[in-house]
Design a protein around this ligand. Sequence first.
Ligand SMILES: Cc1cc2nc3c(=O)[nH]c(=O)nc-3n(C[C@H](O)[C@H](O)[C@H](O)COP(=O)(O)O)c2cc1C
Length: 169
Amino acid sequence: MAAIGLFYGSSTGRTQNVAEQIAAEFGPGEVDLHDVRKATVDDLAGYDVLILGTSTWHWGGLQDEWAVFEDKLPAEHLKGKKVALFGLGDQKHYGDCFADGVGHLAARVRSLGAEVVGVWPTDDYDFAHSAAVEDGHFLGLVLDEDNQPDRTADRIRTWVRQLRDELAF
Ligand SMILES: Cc1cc2nc3c(=O)[nH]c(=O)nc-3n(C[C@H](O)[C@H](O)[C@H](O)COP(=O)(O)O)c2cc1C
C-alpha cells in the first residue's frame, strides 16, 4: 500500500488522466489510484495522506460518481487527516461556477474533521465566481483542460512540489 491514496471521479476521462499525471509526478509506488465509481469507503483507510479529485458538472455540481461517494465518506477515515484536493472545470463557459466541486469537497472533508492542504493561487485564470475560492486562493489545484490544457503539466509539477514541502514527503 502506498502512503498516498488518490481518489478521483471522472465523466469523460480528463480527471482520470490528470490523476494519472499527478501519480506519475510523485513517482512509482507513492500513490494508489482509486476511481470512486468502483471504490468502497474502506479503501480510504490506512493512507497518511488523501488526494481527492473531481470535475464540476451541471452548473456547480460534483462529478456524478463523486456526488454518490461523497455521501458515504466516513469521518473515521478522515478525522485528523491531511487532504489535498484538485478539480477540473471550464472557466470560459462556466465562469460563474468554475470548479465549484473543489469547494464542495473541501466543505465536506472539513466537516468530517480533515485539514485541507495544497491551496493554489487564482492568478492566471479568468472567471467570475467559484465556490472553490477562499481568502483569495483555490482550496486545491484547479485545472482547465477545456481552455488551458497547455498549462496543466506545469501546474501539476509545481503543485506536487508544493505538496511535498507542505507534507514533508
Ligand atoms: C454539460 C456540462 C456541464 C459542465 N458544468 C461545469 C460547471 O458547472 N463548472 C465548471 O467549472 N465546469 C463545468 N463543465 C466542464 C467540465 O468540468 C470539464 O470539461 C472537465 O474537464 C470534465 O472532466 P471529466 O471528463 O473528468 O469529468 C461542464 C461540462 C459539461 C459538458
